[in-house]
Design a protein around this ligand. Structure first.
Ligand SMILES: N=CN[C@@H](CCC(=O)O)C(=O)O
Ligand SMILES: [Zn+2]
Length: 411
């Protein structure tokens, strides 16, 4: 099966193979080809270039996209889209003055979602999550990471991970699974957090490894949740079973989460709304990708990750949604890219790099996704007619996407 896309107004994020991520001042550059073509064979990008260099090719289908742009699909490296029900009441409670922390302390928050999920069948969770996944694919997401963490019992955590596995089998896009059993301390372990960690390490992890249900291990390293010592212990255990760390740190307080992540060679450290100079320094020279989640900052009214400081210090940065029922009930990467420009003062080039190649890196997928490169998957966004690529973040709230292709096929 071959597809030829012709008359592309501008082909964005064109990279030679071997570029796995971009950092610091490199993020300001978004390589493009104007008036381009792109050729796909069996779901893989096999050729592209200026229209003037198009050779006589036959294709099973041709898409003429005059006036439109083509770019790699968004790579959303941090989501919790497998959940049950919603938390609109907490949203209203926050409008009326309660804080996220106060709601959590009253048994709301993550524990509220866990209670609902424990009472929902696997089938029902699958159906609810599949709807969200289909919605974000239409919004241009072509690779995604999904976490467990709303189960908090052996059975419910396994149930979540099995739903993720079924999503992997049903959908065309790559899905990475992350085990987040240490998302919150369940009520019954309130005064005995160590026993909950024992349960995770001794019962959950071996089953997950045996059934090959996860690629990554995550923990909410945060005041009132899990400490740096807990994080160290869990990541050590997870790595022994082949799970790569990808962790929640520095959302509300900076307690050393970045350092423990770097120590364990985490693939990414995510949130980073509270960044000290020492945290920026710790990331320098490491292979760990910092990930910002601006929709979470927007929804909770908390600070934004200091992207400018981080990029200006030479760091790479990825952008993701954090789609979840409590802090970010949105999986719209277009909104993330706009908000990064508007609120974090990232340039359109930086934001697009952060949401494509760097997002792919934060999932361990940048060899196959995240750029227009020969040999990579043809997971592509075809925009509507737009004047420039800067229009994508500028026109926040508008849907600028005409078509999404996964493995070269229109969805
Ligand atoms: N911060 C920890 N976990 C999620 C929120 C979970 C929830 O409120 O349900 C996050 O990444 O924002
Ligand atoms: Zn999260």
């Amino acid at each position: 099966m071959t597809t030829l896309i012709t008359n592309i107004k501008e082909l964005l994020q064109v990279r030679a193979s071997g570029v796995q991520r971009v950092a610091g001042s490199e993020m300001k550059e978004l390589p493009t080809i104007k008036d381009a073509f792109l050729y796909i064979e069996n779901g893989i990008i096999v050729d592209f270039g200026p229209m003037s260099a198009i050779s006589l090719r036959t294709a099973d289908s041709t898409i003429d996209v005059k006036g439109k742009m083509v770019l790699p699909t968004w790579c959303d490296s941090h989501t919790h889209i497998v959940y049950s029900g919603n938390r609109e009441q907490e949203f209203v409670d926050r409008i009326n003055g309660l804080s996220y922390e106060e709601i959590a302390n009253r048994g709301g928050g993550i524990l509220n979602s866990a209670k609902t999920l424990q009472q929902t069948s696997e089938e029902d969770i699958f159906d609810q999550s599949a709807k969200r996944l289909e919605e974000v694919i239409e919004l241009g997401t072509g690779a995604i990471e999904i976490k467990s963490g709303y189960g908090l019992t052996v059975d419910a955590e396994l149930k979540m991970l099995r739903v993720i596995k079924r999503l992997q089998q049903h959908y065309e896009l790559p899905i990475k699974a992350t085990f987040l059993g240490a998302h919150a301390v369940p009520q019954e372990f309130k005064n005995d957090k160590d026993s909950y960690l024992d349960l995770i390490i001794e019962e959950m992890l071996p089953k997950i490894a045996e059934e090959k249900l996860a690629d990554h291990i995550d923990i909410f390293c945060e005041t009132g949740y899990f400490s740096v010592e807990d994080t160290d212990r869990l990541l050590t255990a997870g790595k022994k079973l082949g799970l790569t760390p990808k962790i929640h740190v520095n959302q509300f307080t900076a307690i050393g989460g970045v350092q423990v992540g770097v120590k364990h060679k985490a693939l990414s450290v995510d949130h980073l709304e509270q960044m000290r100079e020492v945290d920026i320094q710790s990331l320098k020279g490491s292979d760990t990708m910092p990930v910002a989640l601006p929709s979470c900052s927007y929804f909770l009214g908390i600070p934004y990750t200091p992207a400018r400081k981080m990029i200006d210090a030479g760091l790479p940065l990825a952008l993701a949604t954090d789609y979840n029922p409590g802090s970010t009930p949105s999986g719209n990467m277009n909104f993330v890219v706009s908000t990064a420009c508007i609120k974090m003062k990232m340039t359109p080039e930086e934001a697009i790099n952060a949401a494509t190649i760097n997002g792919a890196y934060a999932m361990g997928l940048s060899k196959t996704l995240g750029s227009i490169t020969k040999g990579k998957k043809a997971n592509l966004i075809i925009t509507k007619e737009i004047p420039s690529y800067g229009f994508l973040p500028y026109a926040f709230g508008s849907n600028c996407i005409d078509k999404v292709l996964l493995n070269g096929k229109e969805v």
